[in-house]
Ligand binder design. Structure first.
Ligand SMILES: [Zn+2]
Length: 97
């Protein structure tokens, strides 16, 4: 998994820039000024699906521990969702219009 590159000039984008534009359809490259298409819904779907299965698996394992309670499971799930949200920019791709 890596951050997207400009499809025209190959410029790299910083994580905050990608994150800010992750729900947009179009973006402008600050290096070459060209407009590109933002996509990656498929990658995001795979990320959600894989992480949901992982979280369910982790929760099932935790439930077997004698010290586990609902708070522990909830915290683990919230942390997992937070991590997944941080990973979304890595599923974004930029393509030519
Ligand atoms: Zn560019």
């Amino acid at each position: 998994m890596k951050l997207p590159l400009c499809p025209y000039c190959g410029a790299r984008f910083l994580y905050p820039d990608v994150r800010k534009a992750q729900n947009e359809n179009r973006g402008v490259c600050p290096h070459c000024g060209k407009i590109f298409r933002i996509f990656g819904r498929a990658g995001r779907f795979v990320l959600y699906a894989v992480s949901a299965l992982l979280l369910i698996g982790i929760n099932l394992c935790l439930m077997k521990l004698p010290s586990a309670n609902l708070t522990v499971l909830l915290v683990v799930t919230i942390l997992g969702v937070a991590v997944v949200r941080l990973l979304i920019p890595y599923t974004i791709r930029y393509g030519p219009l």
